[in-house]
Design a protein around this ligand. Structure first.
Ligand code: PMP
Length: 403
C-alpha cells in the first residue's frame, strides 16, 4: 500500500504519516471488499496513462493504438470467461453492471409480466435498484427465502416460479458468507419457464467456473480480482435485445456510451489474463489458508463459522462468542490486521447489522459478534496463525467486557 501524499484519510479521519507506517505492515484480510491491484497491472496502467492517452474513437494513430489496447483487453476478459456467443461490455464497475442489467429487464416489463424474484442476500446494487423500480410501479418484487446455511431455499424458489415471472436475480457467490448459490439449477428452471436470469458473478470470478450458457446477463468487477477500481464488465447473451442504460456517443457499439478509460480497461484485461493463468493456484492457496484457519479455531469452542458448506475458501464469516465485532475489528487494527465487520457496502447502512446474516436467521446479538475474514493471494498461513492466536487472547481478555 503506497501513498503519494504525506497524510491521507481513512473513514474521514486523518491518519498521520506515523500511523501510515503501521498500515503498510498490515495483514490484509479484507480481500472480498477489494484486492490490492497487482504490480504488473499498476505498471501497465501507468504506461498507458503516460504513453497511450488517445481516445479509442479517434481516427489518428494515437486513437488507433488505444483501440487496439481496448480490443486486446476485451479479448483477455472473453478468454477468462470462455464465452463465444454473447458480448462483454466494459462498465464503471459491478454496481453499474447490475443497474444496467436490471434496467434492461425493466424495459421488457409488461402489465402481465413484471414480477421478478430476487434473493434477499443480493448486493445493494441489485436490491436498491429493484426496489426503486418497484416504487415506480415497473416491477413487482418477490423476495426469495434463504436457508440457515446461507443457500437459497430451492423449494421456496420452485414454488414461486411460474410463467408470469419476468426475471430472476441471484448472485453466484455471496460476498459476506462465501456461499455458492445453486445457479445451475436456477438456470435450468429459468430456461424451462422462459425467465430472464441475471447473475451477479462478482465474487465468483476466478473462484468458480463461469459458464455463459447459464445466464442472460452477468456482472463482474475488476477490483475483486487484483485489477483497478472503477471498472467492471457486463456479459450479455442477447445483444440484439439489449436496452442500454447509458446512451450518448455510441461507444461500445452503442451498448454503453462514454469514452473508454483505456488505462482501467488495460488493467482489468491484464488482471483477467493473470487470473486465467493462476486461478487454480490461487484457489489452492486460499484452501491452504482456510485449513490453517480451521486448525487454528478447532480448539476454540467460542468461535464458529456462520456458513460452513458450499463456500469458496476465500470468504469466511466467523462468530466469536462474547466479543462484539466492532471491538474485535478495532483490536485487530491495533495489532496490524484488517478484517471486516460484514461487507464494506453494508457498513453504510444505518443499522449496520448484516442483512445477509439476518436473512439466514441469526439473532442480532450473534450478528453483532460476527465478522468476515477474506483471503487473497498476498496472505500467508503464518498470517492466519497469528490471527488465530489473537482470537484466543482477545476472547480471554475482552470476552465478557466486550459486549
Ligand atoms: N456485487 C457484489 C457481490 C460485490 O461484492 C460488489 C462489491 N462490493 C459489487 C457487486 C459492486 O461492485 P463495484 O464495487 O465494482 O461497483
Amino acid at each position: 500500500m503506497h501513498s503519494l501524499s504525506r497524510d491521507y484519510f481513512v473513514n474521514g479521519i486523518l491518519i498521520p504519516l506515523l500511523e501510515k507506517r503501521v498500515m503498510m505492515r498490515m495483514i490484509y484480510f479484507d480481500n472480498a471488499a477489494t484486492t490490492e491491484a497487482d504490480k504488473d497491472v499498476r505498471l501497465a496502467m501507468t504506461e498507458v496513462m503516460v504513453n497511450h492517452f488517445g481516445n479509442a474513437s479517434s481516427l489518428h494513430a494515437m486513437g488507433i493504438s488505444s483501440k487496439k489496447l481496448l480490443d486486446n483487453a476485451k479479448e483477455q476478459i472473453v478468454q477468462l470467461l470462455n464465452c463465444n456467443s454473447g458480448d462483454v461490455l466494459f462498465t464503471s464497475g459491478a454496481t453499474e453492471s447490475n443497474n444496467a442489467a436490471i434496467f434492461n429487464v425493466s424495459m421488457r416489463a409488461t402489465v402481465g409480466k413484471r414480477r421478478i424474484l430476487v434473493s434477499p442476500i443480493e448486493h445493494p446494487s441489485v436490491l436498491e435498484t429493484v426496489s426503486m423500480y418497484e416504487k415506480r410501479g415497473l416491477f413487482e418484487v418477490e423476495m426469495l427465502a434463504v436457508r440457515s446455511d446461507g443457500l437459497l431455499d430451492m423449494e421456496d424458489f420452485k414454488a414461486k416460479v411460474n410463467k408470469n415471472i419476468l426475471a430472476v436475480f441471484v448472485m453466484a457467490v455471496n460476498n459476506e458468507t462465501g456461499v455458492i448459490q445453486p445457479i445451475c439449477e436456477i438456470s435450468d428452471i429459468c430456461k424451462e419457464n422462459d425467465i430472464y436470469f441475471h447473475c451477479d458473478f462478482v465474487q465468483g470470478l476466478g473462484k468458480i467456473e463461469f459458464s455463459e450458457a447459464l445466464f442472460d446477463s452477468a456482472s463482474f468487477s475488476a477490483h475483486k480480482v487484483y485489477g483497478p477500481k472503477g471498472i467492471g464488465a457486463l456479459y450479455i447473451k442477447n445483444v440484439s435485445q439489449f436496452y442500454p442504460l447509458i446512451v450518448g456517443g455510441g461507444q461500445q457499439r452503442g451498448l454503453r456510451s462514454g469514452t473508454e478509460a483505456i488505462e482501467l480497461v488495460v488493467g482489468f484485461g491484464l488482471a483477467c489474463k493473470q487470473l486465467k493463468t493462476n486461478q487454480e493456484r490461487y484457489y489452492e492457496h486460499a484452501t491452504d489458508l482456510k485449513r490453517a484457519l480451521e486448525r487454528g479455531i478447532s480448539e476454540m469452542p467460542f468461535i464458529n463459522l456462520n456458513a460452513e458448506y458450499n463456500t469458496i475458501p476465500h470468504i469466511n464469516n466467523i462468530y466469536i462468542e462474547g466479543v462484539r465485532s466492532d471491538v474485535l475489528a478495532l483490536l485487530f487494527q491495533q495489532q496490524g490486521i484488517a478484517i471486516s465487520q460484514g461487507s464494506a457496502c453494508s457498513s453504510n447502512n444505518e443499522k449496520n447489522v448484516s442483512y445477509v446474516l439476518s436473512a439466514m436467521g441469526f439473532s442480532e446479538q450473534r450478528i453483532r459478534s460476527s465478522f468476515r475474514v477474506s483471503f487473497g493471494k498476498g496472505n500467508t498461513s503464518s498470517d492466519v496463525e497469528y490471527m488465530c492466536k489473537l482470537f484466543r487472547d482477545i476472547h480471554n481478555k475482552y470476552g465478557i467486557k466486550g459486549r
